[in-house]
Design a protein around this ligand. Structure first.
Ligand code: AP5
Ligand code: MG
Length: 226
């Protein structure tokens, strides 16, 4: 099974993807996290991607497809995986079919309005140690600036500045929203209301997944026993 998380910047793809991974055991593959890791390590791919990311533009399809192909070719993805932030163009979706053909897929489009997105992204902090996702309020309530999971310092992503957020939203509308029609026509598309509490949204996602994917509830039970 291939679970694709669609939705604008800050809609909760990472947050919900982690919950799906925790419940059903599929690894979450985030194209943004893979790119940020390459930037941090200063690899040739990272050097190529950094300027695009900091301006809120998409990195080239070839670079991203190659990176995803390498990641989903690994052992832990054999039984299925969650894609967070990929594909982001119709061309990427077509390439995905070539590099991972024959696998069932389901698309969850997390819908959130622009105002909530701006609020969420301005308040987001990421752990520099384990990469976990936090909010400013949460961070302030705990030991200031420290991750509750690993104690690492919490930092703001370079692309979470207000002018870059606006650009990312615009890029999403022009380049990624055509995927809704593409996946609707394949009958694998599900819109999920993304406003409300994190647990409420996850309950909506669980309902869609367990209704649409045979055997998934059993997989969750097996995963819980492990
Ligand atoms: P990427 O890292 O994928 O960024 P994005 O799509 O803009 O999405 P975000 O990670 O910002 O948000 P999210 O939906 O994961 O939300 P989160 O769970 O963190 O991509 C970054 C860049 O990399 C792109 O701009 C591009 O340059 C490049 N790139 C990546 N993939 C590419 C591709 N396929 N092709 C080309 N280029 C690519 O939640 C956000 C915040 O809200 C958090 O603080 C969270 O705690 C909080 N929150 C979550 N849910 C709720 C809730 N229900 N209520 C209140 N707060 C909430
Ligand atoms: Mg994310």
């Amino acid at each position: 099974m291939r679970i694709i998380l669609l939705g604008p910047p800050g809609c909760g793809k990472g947050t919900q993807g982690d919950l799906i991974q925790g419940k059903y055991g599929f690894p979450r593959i985030s194209s943004g996290d893979l790119l940020r890791d390459s930037v941090q390590r200063g690899t040739p791919l990272g050097l190529q991607a950094e300027a695009f990311m900091n301006q809120g533009e998409l990195v080239s399809d070839d670079v991203v497809v190659g990176m995803i192909q390498e990641r989903i070719g690994r052992e832990d993805c054999q039984g299925g995986f969650i894609l967070d932030g990929f594909p982001r163009t119709v061309h990427q979706a077509e390439r995905l079919l070539e590099i991972d053909h024959g696998r069932d897929e389901i698309v969850l489009d997390i819908r959130v309005d622009d105002q909530a997105i701006i609020e969420r992204l301005s308040a987001r902090r990421i752990c520099s140690g384990c990469g976990s996702i936090h909010t400013l309020r949460e961070a302030a309530a705990k030991e200031p600036g420290a991750c509750h999971a690993c104690g690492g310092s919490l930092i703001q992503r370079d692309d979470d500045k207000s002018e870059v957020i606006q650009r990312r939203l615009k890029v999403y509308r022009t380049q990624t929203t055509p995927l809704e029609k593409y996946y609707r026509e394949k009958n694998v598309y599900h819109a999920v209301e993304g406003q409300g509490r994190i647990e409420e949204i996850f309950a909506r996602i669980e309902a869609v997944l367990e209704r649409s994917v045979p055997g998934l509830a059993l997989k969750a039970e097996a995963s819980a026993k492990r």
